[in-house]
Design a protein around this ligand. Structure first.
Ligand code: 6PG
Length: 500
């Protein structure tokens, strides 16, 4: 009797192929399928030299179904959108059974995942697991955000925790894995159950929103160093290498150091200076900003980072504006005075962007009653994913200490660090403004921080204006706030209590 295969991977693009090899290397036999014959051949070639479990490819889904041990476990690694349903339909036609589990690992929209979970009920177990960490992550250790039926998770958990990134439980640092045939390191896996179907994709979407903000804030700090401190890209890269050993340590800080110190072989210039300054986006950051608007969460630094990418695509208009729109003459500042201030400004802004991400997850959690575990989410983001950083240990500890934390900035460790660094943060922003250097995300983060410092805000005037032109009524500070008043701004009959 032929031994049946442990798991299937459908879709052998960058993420799917590397996940399949990771699974095989961790001892799970894999049957892989892609419509593209070259991809099927390529993965067999890459698998051959590995000390790994069996990996075979098939030419159709019926064969895939037949090869698998039951109840089956099938991973989809295909673009978000209709293709997910097309393959699910094809799998059902090929003999999928109700106890089988199909796992969508794409960057699918979380509402689509909920709808699929409902529409495939009783047909098969539709499960999702968002994956973060790009190509190397998929191959050697991603961060995984699984959600759906708990029983399905129990059947996937051993594999997911075997292929995921790992963290040293003592240091809290990522145990880096970038070579083939490396033994599976001990340590805490970055794959933990998130919650009911859809919650995992929501959490991944927030991860991407934070990723956008992280990237934008780094870019703004680098621009300050280049334009105002007149530093070369390699010089700035060297500073980032130093920063990557301290409180700012993160994957994105590390790759920034690498990128800025990379020389273009064609021109001998820093490669980054040869790259067209128009940022692309597949859309996950926009989804996060949209959800924030839907849920009424002030994730302005995340939204600003999305708008910054839109602005970057307006290259032609920016070239005209550079000539026609007046700004100050940039005066170079002394490097030594600013490097530490810039580190503080980046760190404070980062705290705000994570606070916004967790505020967004909390709002969605309440709306959907997911009962998310924020300690666990912070912990599985410590390694493998794009926003991985030692900083996530501090966030996990903050939620461990205060499970009902209403905002990350109010965790004692962050309140103290913001207090120590907020002046430097302000100086950096003030200098950037006076030197005409845009800091869309960092200034948004400062606005978020200062708005949460305002016990009495300008919203009183907003309410008065709304009542003035639209009789939209207002509450009074000195009355029961459930009472609504309208003031007769036009005919002088004074204020009226309005029964709603
Ligand atoms: C990850 C990344 C990844 C991201 C792509 C495209 O977690 O591995 O977030 O999922 O979607 O890198 O990102 P853009 O939205 O910038 O195109």
């Amino acid at each position: 009797m032929k031994t049946k295969i442990d798991i299937a991977v459908i879709g052998l693009g960058v993420m799917g192929a590397n996940m399949a090899l990771n699974l095989a290397e961790r001892g799970f036999s894999v049957v892989a399928f892609d419509v593209n014959e070259e991809r099927r051949h390529d993965i067999i070639k890459r698998h051959k030299p590995l000390r790994a479990a069996k990996l075979m490819t098939v030419e159709d889904l019926s064969e895939l179904i037949n090869q698998l041990s039951t109840p089956r476990r099938i991973v989809l690694s295909v673009p978000a959108g209709p293709i997910v349903d097309i393959i699910c339909q094809d799998l059902m036609a090929a003999g999928l059974e109700p106890a089988d589990v199909v796992v969508d690992t794409g960057n699918s929209q979380w509402r689509d995942s909920i709808a699929r979970g409902q529409s495939y009920t009783d047909k098969f177990n539709f499960f999702t697991c968002a994956i973060s960490g790009g190509e190397l992550g998929a191959r050697f250790g991603p961060s995984l955000m699984p959600s759906g039926d708990k029983a399905a998770w129990q059947r996937l958990k051993p594999m997911w925790q075997a292929i995921s990134a790992r963290v040293d439980p003592i240091s809290g640092y990522e145990i880096a894995r970038t070579q083939v045939d490396q033994p599976l390191p001990e340590g805490e896996p970055c794959a933990e159950y998130i919650g009911p179907i859809g919650s995992g994709h929501f959490v991944k979407m927030v991860h991407n929103g934070i990723e956008y903000a992280d990237m934008q804030m780094i870019a703004e700090i680098v621009q300050f160093m280049r334009q105002i401190l007149a530093m070369s890209a390699p010089e700035v890269g060297a500073v980032f290498s130093q920063w990557n050993k301290g409180k700012l340590q993160s994957y994105l800080i590390g790759i920034t150091a690498d990128i800025l110190q990379t020389i273009d072989p064609k021109t001998g210039q820093p490669l980054v200076d040869m790259i067209l300054d128009q940022a692309g986006q597949k859309g996950t950051g926009s989804w996060t900003a949209r959800e924030a608007l839907e849920l009424g969460v002030p994730a302005n630094a995340i939204a600003a980072s999305v708008f910054a990418r839109f602005l970057s695509t307006q290259k032609k208009v920016r070239q005209i504006g550079a000539v026609q729109l007046t700004g100050p003459i940039i005066r170079t500042e002394a490097k030594a005075e600013w490097i530490d201030k810039l580190a503080d400004a980046l760190y404070c802004s980062k705290i705000c962007s994570y606070a916004q991400g967790f505020e967004l997850m909390s709002a969605a959690d309440k709306e959907n009653n997911w009962i998310l575990d924020y300690v666990s989410i912070a912990k599985i983001w410590r390694a493998g994913c794009v926003i991985r950083a030692n900083f996530l240990n501090d966030i996990a500890n903050a939620y461990q200490t205060e499970p009902n934390l209403i905002n990350l900035m109010l965790a004692e460790r962050f309140t103290d660090r913001l207090a120590k660094s907020q002046l430097a943060w302000r100086e950096v922003l003030a200098k950037a403004v006076m030197q005409g250097m845009p800091m869309l995300a960092i200034s948004a983060a400062m606005g978020y921080y200062d708005c949460y410092r305002e016990a009495d805000s300008s919203a009183s005037l907003i309410q008065a204006m709304r009542d003035y032109f639209g009789s939209h009524t207002y509450a009074r500070k000195d009355q029961d706030t459930k009472q609504h008043f309208h003031y007769d701004w036009h005919f002088g009959s004074g204020e009226h209590l309005v029964e709603h």
